[in-house]
Design a protein around this ligand. Structure first.
Ligand code: FUL
Length: 622
């Protein structure tokens, strides 16, 4: 008898033990470093180099270091503004494509040491680091692989110098949360006075995997590496700041390479960067980089185009709310601080986030389900209401589509639903459906795919409910860590600065006179046969605007241009020429401002360095 009851008790105990085992991980998993990165959610990227003083988006590398002389540089003003928006980190563009190093590097004289700022004794990377820490934020660096200044660019001597620069940054600036590597690389440059076009093979030239990434791993093991495709996070494929509605943290990169070769500019086919791949080979979540203004660098004529708190909130919902992180570009003015419009928008965005998420309307709710995993607290439904991203509810292993009924603590009005799964066990859920009880039956309220680290569902309008049903769909037992409800906080917002005091362009009308223009239109995209067009001006003008096609197709972009003026359509004088920097990644309207008003009769636009000539709009401005 004794033996039997012992066996029975032991058997039950074994059963119970068995029932309470944690679900097995599913697919590829995030690293410790990536988990920390997911938890950050938002941070900023600061572009401030001689390019700021040149009013350009990409410096050619030939700016005299003497122009880099801010009258009022204040890293703390910038960091404070970022912190007021709730950002958790700040990345300094330590070197952009112009090659100018913001710290006193040993590798080149083209640096802050050759500038008049602090008599060449300053170190802006250090000031940004200190300001970040002072304001409670983590710090990271961006080091452009493309260097349009360096004579050595294209030879092994340059990549040695690049790795030394990286070593300096990884060594002297405290603990870094990221090392950021953009993909733009190769083309025209100053290159030590050669003024030529140089191209490199970005897959092999830098020996990313063999020599370059190991520097970061050795010196900053917790710094997540960003490039087009990993190794830690991927580019989202656009600079609007939006991940795809369905965006998996996992991806099997497409492109010229078998599997993944994490490196900047590596993915020759960027088509799956916004979505990732369901059950992809690697855990490489998306990062949404987007400037606070149309461009990454400061331009006075964009003072009226600073994104408003509501625009930033939309970006937040479509980045952080889709399991990605939000990386907002800040652009200090030449004097060295952020414009009041930028500061105000950041502050109100921070307030909006804070107020929206302060009150979780699912707090105090009771959840029940037929589908439980034993009685252990480890898998209980209570876990979905706490603030721990990793405590979770799970049913038994064979239950792949459990249902949870949630009774709220009274009737609640909300328009945001937050759902998370415990990503330490992988991205498991295929989708989630939320129903609401209308008094008589369950009605579908919302649904979402690709849950992962964080999923925010924005309802079209606020809804009142007392009872909800959450239905999970997963190929393996799901591990739901969070179910929360919020109501978007909104208040009227206006910029203080009278924006009309900044340069504001007014459209002028024109007559196209070149009959060989042969313009064809399809939807919002127009195509010109040939490489340019002529127009007759009706009044003096001060700027020209080329809005590239906005349909997302990267074809027919004009990369360089020349603008000519004439009185008789026979003799033409060039009045402006240049490049449309970064137009492929960030296809905003390219405004070419003339040095003085143009009052000639005719104007000719010549498109150069192009793969055809498409456009969304061509404008001239008074
Ligand atoms: C891109 C660069 O070409 C832009 O100038 C900017 O720095 C952006 C963040 O990354 O690749």
């Amino acid at each position: 008898m004794k033996t039997i009851s012992f066996l029975l008790a032991n058997g039950l105990f074994m059963l119970q033990l068995h029932a309470q085992e944690a679900p097995k991980p599913y697919g590829v998993l995030p690293s410790e470093r990536q988990l920390k990165w997911h938890e950050m959610e938002t941070y900023c990227l600061i572009h401030y180099t001689p390019t700021t003083f040149q009013d350009k988006e990409w410096g050619l590398g030939d700016a005299d270091p003497k122009i880099f002389n801010p009258s009022n540089f204040d890293a703390n003003q910038i960091a404070q503004a970022a912190a007021s928006a709730g950002f958790k980190g700040l990345i300094s563009v330590a070197k952009h494509h112009d090659g100018f190093c913001l710290w006193p590097t040993r590798t080149t004289t083209y640096s802050i040491a050759s500038s008049p700022w602090k008599n060449g004794k300053g170190d802006m990377v250090k000031e940004f680091m200190e300001a970040s820490h002072k304001n409670g934020m983590a710090f990271g660096t961006y080091l452009s692989a493309w260097d349009r200044n360096d004579l050595r660019y294209g030879t092994p001597a340059y990549t040695d110098a690049y790795r030394e620069q990286l070593t300096e940054l990884m060594t002297n600036y405290g603990q870094l949360f990221t090392s950021w590597h953009d993909g733009a690389n190769g083309g025209d440059g100053y290159y030590g006075g050669k003024y030529e076009k140089r191209t490199i093979n970005s897959a092999t030239y830098y020996e990313w995997e063999e020599k370059t990434w190991p520097i970061i791993r050795r010196l900053q093991p917790m710094a997540s590496i960003f490039s087009d495709v990993g190794p830690d996070m991927r580019w989202v494929g656009n600079e609007h700041g939006f991940a795809a509605e369905t965006s998996w943290a996992t991806i099997t990169p497409k492109g010229a390479f078998e599997g993944v070769k994490p490196m900047p500019g590596a993915s020759t086919d960027a088509s799956n960067l916004p979505t990732g791949t369901r059950n992809g080979k690697y855990w490489i979540p998306a990062e949404c980089d987007v400037p606070q203004r149309p461009g990454w660098f400061y331009h006075k004529n964009q003072d009226s185009k600073v994104k408003t708190p509501n625009q930033l909130f939309e970006i937040y919902l479509k980045s952080v709310g889709r399991g990605a992180n939000m990386n907002l570009g800040l652009a200090p003015m030449p004097e060295g601080i952020l414009h009041p419009n930028d500061v105000k928008s950041l502050k109100y965005f921070g307030k909006k986030i804070e107020r929206t998420f302060a009150d979780n309307l699912a707090k105090g709710a009771k959840a029940t389900s037929k589908h439980l995993r034993g009685k252990s607290a480890e898998f209980t439904l209570k876990n979905i209401f706490d603030d721990d991203r990793y405590s979770y509810y799970a049913p038994k292993d064979n239950i792949l589509s459990p249902e949870i009924e949630i009774t709220l603590d009274g009737e609640k009005e909300f328009d945001l639903i937050r759902i998370r799964e415990n990503i330490k066990l992988g991205q498991r859920l295929d989708s989630v459906v939320v129903d609401t009880w209308n008094g008589g039956k369950w009605v579908k309220l919302a649904s979402a795919t690709s849950i992962g680290a964080n999923r925010l569902i924005k309802l079209e309008q606020p809804t009142k409910a007392t009872k909800l049903k959450v239905k999970l769909y997963s190929p393996v037992v799901p591990t739901l860590s969070d179910f929360a409800l919020f109501k978007e906080y909104d208040e009227a917002f206006e910029f203080d600065e009278n924006v009309s005091s900044s340069k504001h362009f007014i459209k002028s009308s024109y007559t196209a006179i070149n009959t060989s223009l042969s313009l064809s239109q399809s939807g919002s995209v127009s195509t010109i046969k040939g490489n340019g067009f002529e127009i007759k001006l009706n009044e003096p003008i001060s700027a020209f605007g080329y809005l590239p096609r906005q349909d997302g197709v990267k074809d027919g972009f004009v990369l360089k241009y020349e603008i000519q003026a004439s009185e008789d359509q026979i003799n033409w004088t060039t009045i402006k020429e240049g490049e449309f920097s970064n137009i492929l990644s960030n296809p905003i309207e390219q405004i070419v401002e003339f040095d003085k008003q143009v009052s000639s009769k005719y104007l000719k636009f010549v498109a150069k360095d192009m793969t055809g000539f498409t456009f969304g709009e061509l404008n001239i401005y008074k």
